[in-house]
Design a protein around this ligand. Structure first.
Ligand SMILES: [Zn+2]
Length: 467
């Protein structure tokens, strides 16, 4: 990883400024402008390069990045393309991309699997942009693309993050809880809201809730979220931000859809709802909303108070948040079973584990870290119970406490804690095999993890069914 990063950086064209100052000025500036209902993106590039790659990309089902579905280049001489899963601006016929490029944007909500959703849309016409969608990295040649590391974040930092200006002809935008005129951002991951918003300051959380959102969802949030957060805090100590803002958008009652998407950023939880399926609070969809609130809230502890070292370790935060959610739901609502979720994690993990779980994201198998991470968390919980009578939170609490200072919960720390509690190095070894190699017999290896941790199950054909 480090070698490939160095190789990729060597392909960047140095500039006089960077040689003199040591810290490069941002190679690109972006202005996101809303005027008369239209959206433009004006890019100013500080050097000639035939290719500029966006810092984060994600292709949709047709293989083209989300930007290609919403953005159109207006400047002659520049083309927006997806190459090898990355969105790039390319100069025509090998020429440099023009130093100034204008694009027209038609922001639409799209739920990305592995990245922050780039745009949240509100029924009022308001739009919130993910602030980090505009980072650009210059490349010397198209074949440099192939040698780029998976995660371009360190390269964005090395070349200098794009300075993005947020400009609304209708007035100030909402950024980090404040109304500001034409603010700039560089490397602060947040959502910038254009348009009207009903901002309600609160003691525990401030909310920005779409007035069109089905009322039961807002009620569920105000009733349920504080109880779940209080439970997490009681078990794990203080988490994340003191008084985060919760932003809830409503794309509308799209036919045939039941969609809840969310993410957590410093001081901000965003939840995007869409579809006719969430109009009515049926028991199923209510549980789904509670699950969603529980999972996103869990990230204030597992994700923010401590985060993972690399995206290869997101099984720690995603699977861990899933088991936190199940245990919290069972506590707050004793009628909630949770068995179906645990069983689904076992089934799904076996389905994914024929290949290395750690790198599942590279294969587009984004659910593997949730499913196998939850199975590993269940194993940790079971050995904790065997050792002390405790539960998942009892395993997690000292891990989080020990990592508060540096904010990073590493894989090594997690697995060492497992070793200590289990006293069985083979349990760790089997989990590491699932993470790094996968197995020709994934059910057999997952069964070994369940066996070693003392989780009861029975075999039904090729399935492992939890007791
Ligand atoms: Zn999550």
């Amino acid at each position: 990883m480090i070698r490939s990063l160095a190789a990729a950086l060597a392909l960047l064209m140095p500039t006089a400024a960077s040689a003199q100052t040591g810290t490069p000025p941002p190679p690109a500036a972006a202005v996101v402008r809303h005027e008369g209902g239209a959206w433009t993106l004006d890019l100013t590039l500080d050097r000639d390069a035939p290719l500029w790659v966006f810092g984060e990309s994600e292709a949709l089902a047709d293989g083209r990045g989300w930007r290609l579905h919403q953005w159109t280049v207006e400047t002659p001489g520049a083309v927006l393309e997806t190459i090898g899963g990355r969105d790039v601006l390319r100069g025509v016929d090998g020429a440099p991309v023009p130093r100034r490029v204008r694009l027209r944007m038609e922001p639409r909500f799209v739920d990305l699997q592995a990245n922050y959703d780039p745009v949240l849309t509100f029924s009022t016409g308001a739009v919130a942009w993910y602030s980090e969608a505009f980072h650009l990295i210059p490349l010397e040649a198209a074949d440099a693309l192939a040698s780029l590391p998976r995660d371009l974040g360190p390269m964005v930092d090395a070349v200098g993050p794009t300075r993005t200006t947020w400009s609304d002809a209708d007035g100030a935008v909402l950024a980090q809880g404040q109304r500001l005129v034409d603010p700039d951002s560089t490397r602060s991951g947040t959502y910038i809201l254009f348009g009207e918003a009903d901002i309600r300051p609160g003691e525990a959380v401030s909310t920005v809730v779409d007035p069109g959102l089905p009322a039961w969802i807002a009620a569920e949030l105000s009733d349920y979220a504080p109880r779940v957060a209080a439970y997490y805090a009681a078990r794990l100590g203080p988490g994340g931000s003191d008084a985060p803002t919760v932003m809830m958008s409503w794309t509308g009652p799209t036919a045939g859809k039941t969609s809840m998407a969310g993410s957590v950023l410093p001081g901000l939880v965003v939840m995007a709802f869409e579809g006719e399926g969430v109009l009515e609070a049926t028991p199923g969809v209510r549980n789904m909303a509670r699950w969603f609130i529980g999972h996103e809230s869990a990230h204030f502890w597992l994700g923010q108070t401590v985060h993972y070292e690399s995206a290869l370790d997101s099984w720690i935060t995603e699977g861990g948040a899933d088991l936190m959610t199940i245990r919290a739901l069972q506590t707050v609502d004793p009628a909630y079973g949770g068995r179906g979720r645990l069983q689904a994690a076992v089934d799904d993990c076996i389905g994914f584990a024929d290949e290395p779980v750690a790198t599942s994201g590279d294969r587009g198998e984004f659910k593997a870290h949730y499913a196998c991470g939850a199975v590993f968390a269940m194993a940790a919980e079971a050995v904790q119970k065997r050792a002390t009578g405790g539960d998942w939170f009892d395993f997690l609490q000292p891990l989080i406490a020990a990592s508060r200072a540096d904010g990073v919960l590493t894989r090594e720390e997690w697995l060492s804690a497992l070793d200590k509690v289990s006293g069985d190095p083979a349990l760790r070894r089997d989990i590491e095999t699932l993470l790094d190699q996968g197995s020709d017999d994934p059910a057999g290896l997952v069964a070994a993890v369940l066996d070693r941790s003392g989780l009861a199950y029975r075999r039904e054909g090729s399935r492992l069914v939890l007791d």
